[in-house]
Design a protein around this ligand. Structure first.
Ligand SMILES: Nc1ncnc2c1ncn2[C@@H]1O[C@H](COP(=O)(O)OP(=O)(O)OP(=O)(O)O)[C@@H](O)[C@H]1O
Ligand SMILES: O=P(O)(O)OC[C@H]1O[C@H](OP(=O)(O)OP(=O)(O)O)[C@H](O)[C@@H]1O
Ligand SMILES: [Mg+2]
Length: 295
């Protein structure tokens, strides 16, 4: 049927570590996803979208094969699978922070292994076999790499000498008394499309709009809006003292003598700035959250 209302974009989203932050991001981008606890086919309030929840490790491959039009998963797994896909957008979010995931070579704190060269003839466990193999080859080191189904941290030093695993905040490494020897890769999620979907004008446009809203929501994450009124003769001093206000919008208030100032700033500097504005003579200071910022 050529009826526009029947057009569908089939998107794969990651279950597991990235599920919650991904659902949260879609929510902030304006899509309400309702995922019933045992269902991998969540419903969404956009009839042009069809969502499938899949393991992060598999999404790249199903997009490459064209079973999904597009998907969101870690760049790490897209690379590991050698998936031949188009990148619609990089999405810089993570599980707990805004730090990227890092794949790290890790040993027990008291291990004699200090550099990759010390791994010669040793045993390494990892979920990312391809990444680890390429890394060792690059350094001319021969070691036994064995596939790990997970819970990899528990395997050193009894079962293997070293592991290659994921870290974000470092708390799992600290809890297991492990030390990083080297970083193999940094990864954020990527929004990827199949070659065919990318060539379909309707799907391409739909994906690009979605990417714009997702990135707009990410951009707004750590920013807030700030509004205040200031005696006009204090304006110069304010702009001079508070460069983090960047280029605010200034409008003149009726009656003269006062200006209204409006700007978007990093949430982290607000607690410094508000008391300074007050000290400068600002009144009616309001801070408000933002849903999206699109440049
Ligand atoms: N703690 C984390 N912080 C940020 N990103 C993470 C974290 N753990 C995993 N990821 C990212 O989520 C994706 C899936 O991670 P992973 O391969 O560990 O699977 P999972 O969803 O955690 O399931 P499991 O580990 O139980 O097999 C990867 O792209 C990875 O980079
Ligand atoms: O540096 P950190 O912030 O501690 O993050 C790293 C942890 O996150 C991942 O586990 P995940 O949450 O995916 O659970 P899993 O063990 O089931 O994979 C990874 O396998 C580490 O255990
Ligand atoms: Mg995991």
């Amino acid at each position: 049927m050529s009826d526009k209302s029947t057009q569908l974009l089939r998107i794969g989203l990651p279950k597991g570590s990235l599920q919650e932050p991904t659902m949260d991001l879609f929510n902030r981008a304006g899509y309400n996803i309702i995922a019933h606890s045992r269902s991998y086919r969540p419903s969404v309030d956009d009839k042009e979208l069809e969502i499938r929840l899949l393991r992060a490790q598999e999404i790249g491959r199903y997009v490459d094969l064209g079973f999904l039009d597009c998907g969101i998963t870690g760049r790490d797994w897209i690379a590991e699978n050698g998936a031949d896909v188009e990148v619609v957008a990089d999405l810089r979010y993570s599980k707990a922070t805004s730090l990227p995931t890092r794949w790290v070579l890790v040993v027990p704190e008291d291990s004699p292994i200090k550099t990759v060269q010390d791994l010669q003839g040793k045993r390494i466990a990892t979920e990312a076999m391809g990444l680890t193999k390429t890394y060792l080859e690059k350094h001319g080191v021969q070691a036994d790499i064995e596939f790990s189904w997970g819970a990899t941290e528990v395997k050193v030093p009894e079962l293997v000498d070293a592991i290659v695993d994921i870290t974000e905040t470092g708390s799992s490494l600290r809890a297991n008394k492990l030390r990083i020897v080297d970083t193999l890769m940094e990864s954020y999620p990527q929004f990827v499309s199949s070659k065919a979907a990318y060539l379909d004008p309707w799907k391409r446009k739909k994906m690009e709009r979605l990417a714009l809203l997702l990135n707009g929501a990410l951009e707004a994450r750590y920013k807030v809006g700030l509004k205040l009124n200031l005696p006009e003769h204090k304006l110069e001093a304010m702009l001079h003292q508070l460069p983090s206000l960047r280029r605010p919008t200034i409008s003149h208030l009726a009656g003269g003598g006062w200006v209204a100032v409006e700007t978007i700033i990093d949430e982290s500097v607000v607690r410094e700035i508000i008391p300074e504005l007050k000290a400068l003579g600002a009144e009616g200071i309001i801070e408000y959250p933002l849903n999206k910022v699109v440049h």
